[in-house]
Write a protein that binds this ligand. Sequence first.
Ligand code: SAM
Ligand code: DTB
Ligand code: SF4
Length: 340
Amino acid sequence: MTEPRHDWSVDEIEVLYDLPFNDLLFRAQQLHRERFDANAVQISSLISIKTGACPEDCAYCPQSARHERSVTPERLMPVDEVIAAARRARERGAARFCMGASGSAPKARELEAIEAMIRGVKALGLETCATLGALNADQARRLREAGLDYYNHNLDTSPEYYGEIITTRSFDERLETLAHVREEGLKVCSGGIIGMGEGRRDRSSMLAALASLPAHPESVPINHLIALPGTPLEGVEPPDPFDFVRTIAVARIVLPAAHVRLSAGREGMSDELQALCFLAGANSIFYGEKLLTAGNAAPERDRALFARLGLRAEHENRPEPAAPPAGDAALWGRTCSHAH
Ligand code: SAM
Ligand code: DTB
Ligand code: SF4
């Protein structure tokens, strides 16, 4: 088994990027098969528990109040509504439920409600994930004590390109949050966005930053920018789709033990492009009509794609639901219980 390395240089990663496409995909697929069932995909479901009115200026995000146009703000959702949504997600076959909130960091009164949400979602037998912005050590510990499994906080892009995308908080602050999350015993979900006008060097540099963390993230979302109207990145030139696949393959090679999530942007991808991403080592998706505010690939399309590709849902360590799977869960086909 190839052991994860923490000393990847940006130059070394760029060499991987520049390999002939077939060689790169072959290497990624070989590494993928060392640790994972190549036909199993982790299924997460996403909900926006608090939307819009954000003081940060992330250029990709429709929730920033600083952009020309932004989404209609919505206050923190009531706890029972979040738990009801999690129950629906479980019935549809999700293994993990991720709660996303707009804003720089959770406020004290919000954190209490979020703790109750986590306890309720966990009690359904789902893995829990939250993405709430910057955290200090105390907040990370409280979330873990409430039953949080994963915390998502993306590096988003390279340290060099970061200032082109976000000016209201720094790359180093992101690393600090990731350190608190890790030190307080949460699993780390951290990745970035492709298609914001960055180059191959930036993509390599972002992956080098992820690989140089003291422990690699368990989960690495690779988002394809959804260039939303009213954001400063509206109209940006989309990346070459093969470069997107290359990014997934390089992520698989430099972060060999991580689940690599084919994250935002699947709605705009062809089935063939998604199949190449799975071949390159992506083994996690968001499932459901919506991401946070933007659309996601339609659930029926995903089920048809899984059937056509012979893919199935991976449900690690998930307790069997009391009742037989209802609705869509039955349509995901055989589940995989490998403990990898
Ligand atoms: N407010 C929190 C934060 O920024 O940490 C949590 C929510 S934030 C929306 C989570 C992540 O979603 C961002 O870091 C970014 O990687 C991704 N994201 C947001 N808008 C996106 C877009 N238009 N296209 C692709 N990814 C996007
Ligand atoms: C991540 O890396 N991608 C997800 C999740 N973490 C929170 C968010 C994607 C958001 C896409 C734009 C939207 O729905 O507003
Ligand atoms: Fe706010 Fe998060 Fe959007 Fe940045 S990504 S503007 S912090 S909601």
